[in-house]
Design a protein around this ligand. Structure first.
Ligand SMILES: [Mg+2]
Length: 107
């Protein structure tokens, strides 16, 4: 599935099954909630927190997909083409960081 396909498929799901988008502000709140759920999983898997029973019932891939889903919703409802936006981000970062991470330049 390409990014374009993902935007189209989420849009179709939202219209046919979800019966419409939540407002942008609601989706922003939901994105924050999903990022928190992702942070919880990462803290338990890679951080110093020890998982309690049930902490990891939602896995890393599920939480990453939840975050991506809401990002796609926000892009769709605000008219952002994520393929073009990501391509522009690559151009920006490549121009800005061409030698940023060369040896000896990390400190
Ligand atoms: Mg989630």
């Amino acid at each position: 599935m390409t990014i374009h396909d993902a935007q189209r498929n989420v849009d179709r799901w939202i219209r046919e099954i979800g019966k419409g988008y939540f407002s942008e502000l609601t989706n922003m709140a939901l994105l924050t909630e999903e990022v928190g759920e992702l942070a919880r999983v990462i803290a338990r898997l890679y951080g110093d927190q020890v998982a309690k029973p049930g902490d990891l019932r939602h896995g890393l891939s599920e939480e990453l997909a939840d975050v991506l889903w809401v990002v796609i919703c926000l892009a769709n409802q605000t008219g952002v083409d994520l393929t073009a936006a990501l391509e522009e981000s690559f151009r920006k970062k490549t121009a800005r960081d061409a030698d940023r991470f060369s040896a000896g330049k990390l400190s």
